[in-house]
Design a protein around this ligand. Structure first.
Ligand SMILES: Nc1ncnc2c1ncn2[C@@H]1O[C@H](COP(=O)(O)OP(=O)(O)OP(=O)(O)O)[C@@H](O)[C@H]1O
Ligand SMILES: [Mg+2]
Length: 382
């Protein structure tokens, strides 16, 4: 078998790595994976998978030596390991000097302030007393976050009043905590973009995202009725963040819309749940775009096919065999594009998603996608 260059290595074997496999195959680019165990999502999709612990430098380095470009399925690789790989000449994309702002929410808030982009009121605090002082100053409720390691709402707590602050006492054992003003947002938005190693940036239309219990549930793309000025400003913010931070790859800027303005929530530097709609709603998916960007190839068009797409996640429910319901799901909506991560089903776990083209109107497509997800998740027709 001939191997085309560059060989791209992805650290982490979750569904994001898995979904890079399809465009890699289409483009004839070799993708290799360093997976945390033999039964994670990407293993059945990426032939060249090594099982190993990315928290062990020797393992990570050995994997890096087999590829031309190193990229990621998650943001948890220790920054100092990546810095060392860069010093050894590995093309790490995105590089540690950018990735740090997706790894550490305090550093991210500082950088967003420096760029003059809109942050909620925030403070890095070292004690419960400082949390209380912050809340008393800017008003309750406040939102507390662990700067590192959070995902899907883990490491995020809404503190309604000062007596709630004790609940996060143990968070201080691993250092500072980020506290933020509770933003009374109208909706959440995501501005996603990709930047290649040469510095070209392409920004997808801004989307409306719905989180339930801190977990992404639905995405409406493009964001319905978004004021053109807000959309342009949000896109420009994403472009500036990509260029100023020197991000390489696909990235997301999560935002809160408040009236005719927005505040930045956080950054993700990898393909993102709020970009899954691009798989069926754009010429090229965020996964193809990510591979192009890290391989320093020209970026794909970000124009929307048709009238847009609604995406809904499949979170684990009572049905353990998702594919057993495909016939019923497609009987209800043949246009549904079902994505299954091949993971074992556990309650609330992200196990797949469904993309539905917006045909006549958003409401009817949304009703359809909800019906399809319900069928697959619960294993019965409603
Ligand atoms: N300051 C805030 N005010 C109001 N709601 C907030 C605030 N910060 C976070 N949230 C809510 O909590 C959700 C999760 O927060 P955040 O995105 O910081 O956490 P995360 O666990 O890192 O998320 P992800 O799954 O995107 O990695 C947000 O999408 C939003 O719904
Ligand atoms: Mg988030």
């Amino acid at each position: 078998m001939s191997v085309n260059s560059p060989v791209i290595g992805v650290v982490g074997g979750g569904q994001l790595a898995r979904m890079m496999a399809a465009p890699a195959v289409e483009m004839g680019l070799e993708l290799r994976c360093l997976a945390e165990s033999a039964d994670v999502s990407a293993v059945s999709a990426i032939v060249a998978t090594t099982v190993g612990d990315y928290r062990d430098f020797a393992t990570l380095n050995a994997f890096a030596e087999t590829v031309d470009v190193l990229t990621f399925d998650h943001e948890h690789v220790p920054t100092e390991f990546l810095t060392e790989l860069v010093a050894r000449g590995v093309a790490v994309r995105p590089g540690p000097e950018a990735l740090i702002y997706a790894q550490d929410k305090v550093k991210m808030r500082e950088r967003i302030d420096e760029l003059g982009l809109p942050n909620p009121a925030w403070r890095a605090v070292s004690s419960v007393a400082e949390v209380v002082a912050f809340g008393d100053e800017i008003g309750w409720p406040v939102v507390a976050k662990t700067p590192r390691g959070g995902y899907d709402g883990k490491g995020v707590a809404v503190l309604r009043e000062k007596n709630d602050a004790d609940a996060i006492l143990e968070w201080f054992s691993s250092g500072q905590v980020l506290v933020e003003q509770f933003v009374p947002f109208e909706r959440e938005l995501s501005a996603m973009a990709a930047r290649n190693a040469s510095g070209d940036v392409a920004v997808w239309p801004v989307v409306h995202t719905v989180q339930v219990d801190g977990v992404c549930d639905e995405v409406y793309a493009p964001a319905p009725d978004l004021d053109a000025t807000v959309a342009a400003a949000a896109s420009e913010a994403a472009r500036r963040i990509g260029s100023s931070l020197g991000i390489v790859g696909t990235f997301a800027v999560e935002m809160f819309q408040v009236g005719d303005s927005f505040l930045i929530n956080e950054l993700a530097m990898r393909p993102h749940n709020t970009g899954h709609w691009t798989q069926d709603g754009c010429t090229a998916s965020q996964f193809e775009q990510h591979l192009r960007a890290v391989a320093d190839l020209p970026l794909a068009s970000v124009s929307v096919l048709g009238s847009g797409t609604v995406m809904k996640n499949i979170l684990g429910g009572s049905n353990a065999d998702l594919a057993s319901m495909y016939a019923s799901a497609w009987a209800a909506a043949p246009e549904a594009k079902i994505h299954n991560y091949g993971k074992s089903v556990r309650p609330g776990r992200k196990v797949g998603h469904v993309n539905m083209p917006i045909s006549s109107n958003l409401e009817s497509s949304l009703a359809k996608v909800r019906e399809v997800v319900e069928i697959i998740r619960e294993g019965k027709t409603p």
